[in-house]
Design a protein around this ligand. Structure first.
Ligand code: EPZ
Length: 421
């Protein structure tokens, strides 16, 4: 099982290019099921979750071409000959985002059998809101043997109210409503940039959608959708992670091919802590922390608020902040797994329910640590970059799910980091 070894204490200096957003590419790949025509996606990150989704699509009978993904970051999918409408447990358990095939399969073929994703390290993560909304569109749904069995001769548009904001729930329903008969309104919809990116792709395929980016999305169903070519937006969480990396190491990093407007709350919060962030161009950020880091509280909320996917990375930074900060997590019920690993590196963190109280500044020392989920593993990399001595991070397959070549990118910035068995 791969491990990453980091010798900490080196300020990061230089320039890094941001990859495409995993959480935009995943729904985009699911959307290819909505048409028999070929769909070409560009700026797709070459990460494990994308490869897994390719396998899910092939198992459904799609013709896919991912051969040049690592080189060109583009891939093609043609769902002309779908032979199955089932996403099996063996694949869904490795990547819960596979539930995103539910909406497209139901809308185009009138049926879908998808394994319930089960929980993960950060929480129970049910999909009850997805299911309730599909039923509003007229689907008959049974939950048996750990699977969602859904049927609908033809989905019918409806007014839907999400009891709580759900990103993939919004995406699943946008895709289903695109081929439903009549008009659908999604109220209390997620406003994430990845939702807006999916709407752009669906419109390019012929869907009639408006309101994305707001909490009310309107979709007028159409008879069929056609192929398209679409470029995935940059990854705002990778961008935030490199902002934190430049700041925590006291370096100076230029971050290219990013979308600063997709992470305003993260940028604003980092600037509150004393991090200096310049915007030399609309797609470039420059980060440094010449005056050190001040402790500042943060609360994660749905977009456009401070992203839960940046909480762990921010906590790592706050271990180097002068003073006491409170990190409050409101999205997931168990997203502090990284805290205990940081404490083993010398951090002083006290967990009280959904709040983590971080007492800084503490000198971190390298240690053997274990990654528990994608963003926790990123936070342990950040801690290792600033710790004195060697940090060995185990179970880095979590990292490979969502960060393309992170150790190469960090090595190019001067980090002493490499992968080991
Ligand atoms: C998406 O997950 C992201 N994944 C997550 O990123 C991200 O952390 C999350 O949104 C929140 O921003 C992808 O886009 C592939 P939710 P999702 O449905 O859609 C509860 C990463 O690190 N809920 O918005 O699964 C749920 O338990 C990953 O890249 C229900 O109760 O998250 C959670 O507490 C981690 N019932 C809250 O809502 C439902 O039916 C938000 O979940 C659905 C969700």
């Amino acid at each position: 099982m791969d491990k990453i070894l980091i010798k900490g204490g080196k300020p990061l200096l230089g320039s890094v290019e941001i990859s495409g957003a995993k959480n935009a590419a995943l729904p985009a790949l699911a959307a290819t099921l909505l048409t028999g025509d070929a769909v070409v996606l560009q700026n797709v990150p070459c990460v494990r979750d994308i490869q897994t989704t390719g396998q899910v699509l092939r198992d459904l009978g799609c013709d896919t071409d991912f051969r040049t993904l690592a080189l060109t970051h583009s891939c093609r999918v043609s769902a002309q000959n779908v032979t199955s409408c089932e996403a099996p447990y063996e694949l869904v358990k490795t990547m819960r985002a596979s539930v995103l095939v539910l909406g497209p399969l139901l809308a185009r073929f009138g049926k879908a059998r998808v394994s319930l994703p089960g929980g993960c390290a950060i929480g129970a993560r049910p999909i009850d809101l997805h299911i309730k909304a599909f039923e509003k569109l007229g689907a008959e749904i049974a939950i048996e043997h750990g699977y969602v069995e859904a049927r609908a001769p033809r989905l019918k548009g409806a007014e839907i109210f999400f009891d709580r904001i759900t990103v993939t729930g919004t995406e699943n329903l946008m895709m289903a409503a695109a081929l439903a008969e009549g008009h659908t309104v999604l109220n209390n919809a997620a406003r994430e940039p990845e939702v807006a990116d999916l709407a752009d792709l669906l419109r390019a395929m012929g869907a009639q959608i408006s309101g994305e980016g707001s909490s009310v999305i309107r979709i007028q169903g159409v008879e069929r959708l056609h192929g398209a070519q679409h470029t995935i937006i940059p990854d705002r969480i990778e961008t935030g992670t490199f902002l934190a990396a430049g700041a925590i190491t006291g370096g100076e990093v230029e971050i290219r091919a990013c979308r600063p407007d997709h992470l305003c709350a993260v940028i604003e919060k980092l600037e509150e802590t004393g991090v200096v962030i310049e915007r030399p161009s609309p797609s470039i950020l420059k980060v440094s922390a010449p005056h050190g880091i001040k402790a500042r509280n943060v609360t994660t909320v749905e977009h456009p608020g401070f992203a839960t996917d940046m909480q762990a990375q921010y906590m790592a930074l706050m271990t180097q902040g002068e003073g006491t900060s409170i990190v409050t997590e409101t999205i997931f019920e168990n997203r502090f797994m990284h805290a205990s690993e940081m404490v083993r590196m010398g951090a002083s963190i006290k967990i009280e329910g959904n709040r983590a109280i971080v007492f800084g500044k503490t000198q971190l020392t390298g240690a053997k640590v274990i990654a528990s989920d994608l963003r926790a593993s990123a936070s342990l990399v950040l801690a290792g970059l600033v710790a004195q001595g060697d940090t060995l991070i185990d179970r880095v397959y979590h990292l490979d799910r969502g960060y393309e070549g992170i150790e190469e990118k960090l090595k190019a910035l001067g980090a002493d980091i490499h992968r080991s068995q």
